[in-house]
Design a protein around this ligand. Structure first.
Ligand SMILES: Cc1cc2nc3c(=O)[nH]c(=O)nc-3n(C[C@H](O)[C@H](O)[C@H](O)COP(=O)(O)OP(=O)(O)OC[C@H]3O[C@@H](n4cnc5c(N)ncnc54)[C@H](O)[C@@H]3O)c2cc1C
Length: 472
């Protein structure tokens, strides 16, 4: 990057606001799973005004910026390409809680705050931001990807928990859009904030957000359910919902292969299954209440045991075995599973979603169909059964030559997504949004009239290149 630009950026952002030494940039250039890019610089603005001046300068001087928050995204969208010409716009210094309103149940925060840090602040008031996952992202990235997570069935995704945003556009002026609404009811025309949620930063940079917050669960119980077959899972979930209503806060599925890979990788995890034999499929079910245990009320663990017994009594034969256990231990396996499957070999991951019952039908179908066209690939799936999301992970042995062939990966992706989209009317991107990893499938599956609309909004909002995704 031309020294004149680096000097100008440093004048805008101050000495702490710009990194351009190769060693210091590595952290920002390296994504959580796949990505290693090369940046011209890392800009670290401290406030919205900095971001506005930075974007205006970048647009006027043809500098392509990639917004980055926690860099945990899984579609290669938060790191620059290898050219060394793109700059990273990191939100990591915009990491404060700006205002907490316990009466409104909302929090106003900088887009660079980590989810865990936000929750540490909220916990003091018995509150939390209800999106929960096995990584620790920052809010801007969560908004740009519309993160779902493990309790989506109870609380919804980021879109459903965002009240307002401040956004800076990639135009000549670095226009600031103050969409920092704090109201739950506000039907005064177009809800513009939605255009910036789940759209990978292509339309603007989120600098602040106002989020819905909820009571922290005060009582929780978890169980591993071992269904007789995966075909029984939708019926089992429905039965649990009829008995437990909104108390059911998570219903997560884990295949034997995924669990085994995780136990192999994280040896400190406790294997609670009889004889340490991992079952074919396990559901982690969680129930929770957001009030303290009152006198005369049964502890949730007992409620869960009774309900599980009643569920089986209603059936001619039990649908599943159940093991009620300590929530921290049971969740430890679930939260380690992404890294566990990654360690099993060369991982090719598919973040797909279906109508809820179809995810199990899809798994059964693929167990038969995949080996016919692609032998010697292990299916290591796990997923958010409660919301129809499925992490359909395929693992090749590390020494399999196909693992080094990008064309093979693309052929495999086309094969799987064709079945997801055309046979099951599912989604090729459930909760990780769009990025270079799946841009091709956005281009392939998005109807022309929707691409035209997205392209139109891009030209009106942020006409300059921003981020890694091309809409339209
Ligand atoms: C172990 C593990 C488990 C995971 N589990 C889940 C899960 O259960 N559910 C789920 O949904 N995801 C999951 N993810 C994926 C990832 O954590 C989410 O996509 C995450 O919310 C991304 O946030 P981030 O802060 O890391 O964003 P980044 O990775 O930094 O960025 C993601 C995208 O947002 C854009 N962006 C970043 N900041 C801004 C901003 N301020 N304004 C505009 N655009 C911006 C980037 O350019 C990029 O396109 C998991 C990831 C890992 C590694």
């Amino acid at each position: 990057m031309d020294l004149k630009h680096l000097n100008a950026l440093e004048t805008i952002l101050g000495p702490k606001g710009l990194i351009h030494s190769a060693d210091d940039m590595v952290l920002y250039e390296t994504g959580a799973r796949y990505d290693i890019g090369k940046a011209a610089f890392v800009a670290r603005p401290e406030n919205t005004e900095h971001v506005s001046k930075l974007l205006a300068y970048a647009v006027q001087n043809d500098i392509h910026l990639i917004p980055q928050s926690g860099n945990t995204g899984l579609v290669s969208a938060s790191t620059p390409n290898p050219s060394g010409t793109q700059g990273i716009l990191s939100l990591d210094r915009m990491n404060t809680v700006i205002g907490l309103d316990v009466h409104n149940k909302s929090v106003h925060a900088g887009a660079g705050i980590r989810l865990s840090t936000l929750n540490e602040t909220l916990e003091k008031e018995g509150l939390m931001f209800p999106i929960d996952l096995g990584a620790d992202p920052r809010l801007g990235g969560m908004i740009a990807t519309n993160t779902g997570g493990t309790r989506c069935m109870r609380y919804g995704d980021v879109r459903m928990n965002t009240l307002g945003l401040t956004v800076v556009l990639a135009d000549q002026k670095g226009t600031v859009l103050k969409l920092t609404n704090t109201l739950r009811k506000n039907n005064t025309g177009v809800d513009w904030k939605q255009m910036f949620i789940g759209t990978s930063g292509a339309f603007g940079v989120v600098t602040e957000c106002v989020l819905n917050i909820v009571e922290t669960p005060k009582q929780t119980a978890t169980a591993y359910l071992v269904p007789n077959s995966i075909e029984a899972v939708p019926h089992l979930m429905r039965l649990m919902e009829t008995k437990l209503g909104t108390m059911l806060s998570a219903f997560e599925g884990m295949s034997k292969n995924a669990i085994t890979a995780t136990y192999d990788h994280v040896t400190s995890l406790n294997n609670p299954f009889a004889g340490s034999t991992v079952p074919d499929y396990v559901i982690l079910a969680e129930i929770s209440r957001d009030w303290p245990l009152y006198e005369g009320e049964k502890p949730l663990k007992n409620v869960f045991e009774e309900v599980l017994a009643a569920v089986w009594e209603d059936e001619t034969e039990p649908l599943a075995d159940a093991l009620v256990g300590r929530p921290e231990e049971m969740w430890a396996l679930r939260h380690a599973i992404s890294e566990g499957v990654k360690s099993a070999g060369k991982l090719i991951a598919f973040d797909v979603s279906f109508k809820r019952a179809d995810s199990m039908r899809f798994i059964s179908f693929m167990k038969t169909e995949l080996p016919k066209s692609f032998p010697d690939i292990t299916i290591c799936d796990f997923g958010h059964v409660g919301d129809g999301g499925l992490h359909f992970n395929l693992v090749l042995k590390a020494d399999d030559l196909r693992s080094k062939d990008p064309e093979f990966e693309q052929t495999l992706r086309s094969f799987v997504f064709d079945i997801v989209v055309n046979k099951y009317a599912g989604s090729y991107s459930a909760e990780h949004a769009i990025g270079p990893k799946n841009q091709h499938f956005y281009d392939l599956y998005t109807p022309a009239e929707l691409k035209r609309l997205a392209h139109g909004f891009k030209s009106m909002s942020s006409p300059a290149p921003l981020g890694t995704v091309k809409f339209g």
